[in-house]
Ligand binder design. Structure first.
Ligand code: ADP
Ligand code: MG
Length: 306
């Protein structure tokens, strides 16, 4: 069954900022579905519409066949939402926050302990600490407990790991995977492309448009270029020189490296490329063929040079 069905959704703020353009998307029940895109892509706008907090300008959105506008009250009963901004009461303790959300949803902690137990184990040593005094990772774990306390059928998480340290990020994703066992569909957004590979399927979003939907492995398999990496002594000068490269390619800095995706027959293109770098006095490390990451795929689709 479709957990979410989105047809022709548009949203413009103040009559001028186009945040979403004709979004069409299906999320299947039981999936961990990722919405992956940079800042300003429209992720939070879509989340706020899906969670009944914001009205779209146009389109039809169903959550388990219920209309998010007409049936908003019923939709709210079956969703959990962890918004991008800290949503707990900073002056209440960890325990008090959880109690509050349980009462608000007419649920009980005991009833749903089996869902939150792996997370609760990690935060219960701090149960008397004020929520505002927790570390970033701990705050998110508490927020996750609170969003799960009424056993929602769908859990929405808007950039839950932004600003969270790498160890907590990994723990958080392990928890998300475990939530699936309880028949909870998970929809999560992230600007971190490396996290995309932990989802069953991802939608790549850029400038309010969905530019691809697939399992991450399929997105990687669909990469069309021949991808290479190397280090340069002066990446700034290299990128300037690359503007004159006669070969069909996309190039971009990638951490300390430069990535180049060629759309050429590499047997002739590689010697040509090495000559080109030499003629333009660009010392570099060995040029190595590599497998693309989701980020490389995103860039390929956005640059459209395939
Ligand atoms: P993301 O969550 O992917 O960073 P957002 O949905 O927050 O993207 O934003 C999409 C676009 O809409 C951006 O250009 C942003 O500046 C704009 N935007 C978001 N919220 C508002 C708002 N309340 N008023 C006006 N513009 C907004
Ligand atoms: Mg956002």
């Amino acid at each position: 069954m479709s957990a979410i069905s989105i047809r022709g959704v548009n949203k413009t703020y103040d009559g001028k900022v186009v945040a979403l353009k004709d979004i069409n998307l299906e999320v299947e029940e039981g999936e961990v579905f990722g919405l992956v895109g940079p800042d300003g892509a429209g992720k939070s706008t879509l989340f706020n519409i899906l969670t009944t907090l914001l009205l779209p300008d146009a389109g039809d959105i169903r959550v388990f066949q219920m209309d998010v506008i007409r049936d908003y009250k019923a939709v709210r009963q079956i969703i959990g939402y962890l918004p991008g901004t800290f949503s707990l009461y900073p002056d209440l303790s960890v325990q008090e926050n959880l109690d509050f959300f349980a009462v608000m949803y007419k649920s009980s902690i005991e009833e749903n302990m089996n869902i939150i137990e792996p997370i609760w184990k990690q935060i219960s040593p701090f149960k008397d600490r004020k929520a505002g005094k927790l570390s970033g990772g701990m705050k998110q774990k508490l927020a996750l407990c609170c969003a799960l306390i009424h056993r929602p059928r769908i859990l929405f998480l808007d950039e839950p790991t932004t600003g969270v340290d790498p160890v907590s990020r990994k723990e958080f994703w392990d928890i998300l995977k475990s939530i699936r066992q309880h028949d909870i569909t998970v929809v999560v957004s992230t600007p971190y492309m490396d996290e995309a590979t932990r989802c069953d399927r991802i939608a790549l979003i850029q400038d309010g448009e969905i530019i691809g939907v697939n399992p991450p492995q399929t997105i990687i398999q669909n990469f069309k270029g021949h991808l290479y990496t190397f280090k340069s002594d002066d990446i700034f000068s290299l990128l300037q020189v690359m503007e004159q490269c006669p070969l069909r390619c996309n190039y971009y800095p990638y951490g300390e490296h430069c990535h180049v995706a060629f759309y050429e027959d590499m047997e002739t293109a590689m010697p040509q490329f090495e000559r080109f770098l030499e003629e333009h006095q660009q010392p570099h490390s060995e040029i190595t063929a590599i497998q693309p990451s989701v980020e490389d795929c995103f860039i390929e689709i956005v640059k459209g040079k395939t």
